[in-house]
Ligand binder design. Structure first.
Ligand code: 3PG
Length: 389
């Protein structure tokens, strides 16, 4: 909403948000560190946009008002203290923002895992469903770029070259996790996937020669021990399911290593980076999906699933594809805002929500010793995140 103020406005009660928006600060909420240095000389403005949307034509006008106001103060040579309440407000706004990202990421992930498993139970073609997830995300992003909901990234051949190994690792990790979930309970795949930090340390140590403080190595004991306990006590253990989750862990460790190398100095946002990753992974995965499963199997299975489940099966497929993209997109967007450490804690919390919700929804039988193994593994990943600080 644009509000026009036609009377003199004092300079001090204006604040500019992180997004460059001009916000009015009511005098009663002002808390200056040193009120004595504040100049209340009125700044005469004839047209002042307040609460601009931040997009479209009103944003530059807000910025130009901000610059003029700043210059007026500078000319007096009087330092303007930053309102303490503004700092506190922006810190809590950032916390709220991260909280929203996390809650959205976990919720989208839970929904993806549930629909993914429902689809795989009725239609056990993980290579096709993995391809469809990447295709849905790629299509959504191409449309968003075309209609300018999102700004397309500026990329060059070097960007795509650096993205290629990331995409290969992402494709392997994605398809391996989906194959795993087609063979075992969702909770079991995610218990094994909570062992990812162990893979990260072992790869970094033995392939890259990195060393870590002793507590990091010690934290691997509960991670590996807990995963092993959960695996040997899993009632519906399946070797392909177990190996799929293990391969996914290894592939995602490489994805993270290649991502870090490839993204150095690049300025593509998390959302667009993930969009490009999806597109490249789709190109890599499609021929393999045709070779491993193929249209004949897909068509026969599709008819069977439709006759058993009914037309809502199509919605399940659409939901698993769309939610796969959305949860990954939000996770990459939150990576833009937080440290890798906070991210890995968030990822562990995400696994807890998926494990618990899938056990409830699919009535997965769990023995106490099996649950103990999962709890030890997850505790280990928390200890690992602390030790890595
Ligand atoms: C996938 O299909 O890519 C996996 O389910 C991803 O698992 P993660 O994002 O939870 O590691």
């Amino acid at each position: 909403m644009i509000r026009t103020i036609t009377r003199p406005v004092p300079l001090a009660p204006l604040a500019v948000s992180d997004a460059g928006r001009l916000l009015p600060v009511l005098p009663s909420t002002l808390s200056m560190k040193n009120p004595g240095t504040l100049s209340l000389k009125p700044l005469h403005l004839t047209s002042l946009p307040v609460f601009g949307s931040g997009s479209g034509s009103d944003k530059p006008r807000s910025l130009s008002v901000r610059r003029r106001a700043y210059e007026a103060e500078r000319s007096e040579g009087v330092p303007v203290p930053v309102p303490e309440s503004e700092e506190v407000r922006s810190a809590s706004a950032q916390k709220v923002k991260i909280g929203i990202y996390f809650a959205t990421w976990w919720a989208l992930n839970v929904v993806f895992n549930i629909y993914n498993k429902k689809v795989l139970n009725a239609y056990p073609y993980p290579w096709l469903t993995s391809t469809l997830s990447l295709a849905a995300g790629s299509l959504m992003m191409l449309i968003s770029w075309a209609i300018r909901i999102a700004e397309p990234p500026k990329t060059d051949p070097d960007f795509w070259k650096a993205l290629l190994p990331v995409a290969v690792a992402h494709t392997i990790g994605h398809v391996a996790a989906t194959v795993s979930m087609s063979k075992v309970a969702v909770s079991f795949t995610h218990i094994i996937k909570s062992g990812e930090p162990a893979f990260s340390v072992l790869v970094s140590r033995f392939l890259l020669g990195e060393t870590f403080p002793v507590p990091v190595y010690l934290s691997l004991v509960p991670i590996i021990g807990g995963c092993a306990l959960a695996a040997v006590t899993e009632l519906n253990f399946n070797m392909i399911g177990f190996m799929g989750a293990m391969i996914s862990n290894l592939a995602f460790v490489f994805r993270n290593i290649f991502s870090k190398k490839g993204m150095k100095g690049k300025s593509v946002s998390g959302m667009n980076y993930y969009a490009c990753l999806s597109m490249l992974s789709l190109l890599i995965l499609t021929p393999f999906a045709f070779a491993v499963e193929g249209p004949q199997m897909w068509a026969a299975g599709w008819q069977k699933a439709l006759s058993e489940i009914g037309p809502q099966f199509i919605w399940w497929v659409a939901a698993q594809s769309v939610f796969y993209h959305l949860y990954n997109q939000v996770s990459y967007m939150s990576l833009d805002q937080i440290s890798p450490l906070t991210f890995s804690i968030g990822n562990t919390m995400k696994r807890i929500s998926v494990i618990v919700s899938s056990i409830i929804i699919f009535h997965t039988p769990v023995q106490p010793i099996n649950a103990l193994g999962a709890a030890i593994a997850i505790l280990g990943t928390f200890l690992y995140s602390q030790a890595k600080q």
